[in-house]
Design a protein around this ligand. Structure first.
Ligand code: HEM
Length: 237
């Protein structure tokens, strides 16, 4: 659980930092996405590195869910030995909510992929224009609220996950525990502030493209220029 959790924490941090390109503007965000697709092209074909990372991510998600399921079954079996019910002495709010924040985040990821990667829920999806797609989705108030709720659940999950990860890795002593707690709080807070800023600032109109897609317009210009060049060739004597 700890190792897959570590990989997922790494992804969540890198993804949030990458999304800060939304503050640079539409074209810069598009170029950032293209850079990810171009990783390793000096040596291997385009998108292969990205796909290797995606497979690693899918494996980490799958193993993480499997460990969570096994842990829940063990915990339920232990519960049955205490018919009087549990008295939570060491568990705090975040640790007791792991079993619903986890599935909620899982549900969010499925929705999020269908929305921003596959474009199923996005009213004006343009392939290769993440800035435009984020604005088109998050300018819808219920969608923005769903993103906010899911990211609060994610931060709660991360807070307990980052804390207990060290325990699973054998780091649990009065000397290190205050540092562990501060690390977990700081990590969860950074992810929360970064991720909440996107729906809030789209709603506030700070991240906005006025419904225009720079990528679509660029493609139309290229198509127009190609059409003119072909026309000129056709009319040449
Ligand atoms: C408000 C916060 C977020 C924003 C604005 C955002 C934005 C995006 C965008 C624009 C894409 C599509 C990139 C592309 O295909 O060009 C994407 C993909 C993705 N996002 Fe997010 N995201 C957010 C939060 C999250 C969270 C919290 C998670 C996971 C817990 C997550 C997981 C993913 C995954 C797994 C992908 C697919 C990556 C790939 O295709 O390589 N995102 N996100």
């Amino acid at each position: 659980m700890a190792l897959t959790g570590l990989a997922l924490l790494g992804f969540v941090l890198v993804h949030m930092l990458g999304n800060l390109h939304l503050y640079d503007g539409p074209w810069e965000t598009h170029e950032y996405a293209e850079t990810l697709r171009d990783l390793g092209t000096e040596v291997i074909p385009r998108t292969w590195v990205l796909w290797a990372l995606r497979f690693g991510l899918i494996a980490a998600f799958a193993l993480h869910i499997h460990s969570a399921y096994s842990l829940t079954r063990m915990s339920r079996a232990a519960d049955r030995r205490y018919p009087g019910g549990r008295d939570y002495i060491a568990a705090n709010y975040a640790s007791r909510t792991m079993r619903w924040t986890g599935p909620l985040v899982g549900l969010f990821v499925v929705y999020h992929l269908a929305d921003l990667t596959w474009g199923h829920f996005n009213p004006d999806y343009v392939r290769g224009d993440p800035y435009h797609n984020v604005v088109a989705s998050l300018s819808n108030l219920p969608v923005a609220i769903w993103y906010i709720v899911a990211n609060v659940a994610l931060a709660t999950h991360i807070y307990h996950g980052a804390w207990s990860m060290f325990q699973s890795l054998g780091i649990n002593s009065p000397r290190w525990n205050p540092l562990r707690r501060r690390f977990a709080q700081a990590f969860a807070a950074v992810i929360l502030v970064g991720n909440l800023s996107f729906p809030i600032l789209v709603q506030a109109g700070v991240i906005d493209d006025g419904g225009r897609s720079v990528v679509r317009e660029h493609q139309e210009q290229l198509d127009g220029a190609a059409g003119e060049a072909l026309g000129a060739l056709g009319s040449a004597p």
